[in-house]
Design a protein around this ligand. Structure first.
Ligand code: PNS
Length: 162
């Protein structure tokens, strides 16, 4: 049985992430979406909120589960008994960081392989950071994130404004 992990911050999950989740769920028997809870960072959404959003938007994908993690990705992969890490590559600018991460992870845990999916052209420009920036200035984010995510971002932004 092939178990893969698609790790990320998902702050928030975008259509670009969803595209990678959908496509990679067809490549493995079980896909674990690993949500990094990085205590050194202050994300817009807590890990619990990000897990909830991801559960909602992946509810029709039966072989996908969403699990939060802290610490090293390779430790999480070992704990989950997953031999594959999947990452999306949008553009050449992603490559250097992704290569470094994949090679570091492989040095630490040679039994875990990283594979890359090139993101669909439709979403190759998209990032959680730009979504948050557009939303912060009141822009329309409906084409970047699922409706329930857009509503939650708007709620957060409104709270920040008061
Ligand atoms: O969505 P992101 O922020 O690009 O995801 C980055 C992520 C979560 C995959 C990466 O930061 C990660 O794996 N962090 C866990 C810590 C770790 O294992 N670091 C060593 C790899 S160089």
């Amino acid at each position: 049985m092939l178990k893969g992990i698609y790790p990320g911050s998902f702050d928030p999950v975008t259509y670009g992430h969803l595209d990678v989740i959908e496509r990679s769920s067809k490549l493995v028997d079980e896909l674990i979406v690993g949500v990094l809870n990085n205590k050194a960072k202050s994300p817009l959404f807590s890990a619990e909120e990000r897990v909830r959003m991801l559960n909602e938007v992946t509810k029709d994908m039966p072989n996908v589960t969403v699990v939060p993690f802290e610490g090293l990705l390779v430790d999480f992969a070992r704990k989950m008994d997953a031999g594959l890490v999947i990452r999306g590559l949008r553009a050449i600018t992603d490559f250097e960081y992704e290569l470094q991460m994949a090679q570091t992870n492989h040095k630490m845990e040679p039994d875990v392989e990283t594979v890359f999916l090139t993101t669909s052209l439709d979403y190759s420009y998209l990032s959680s950071t730009t979504v948050k920036e557009v939303a912060a200035f009141g822009g329309d984010i409906s084409q970047f994130v699922p409706g329930i995510v857009a509503d939650l971002i708007e709620e957060k932004m409104n709270k920040r404004r008061v």
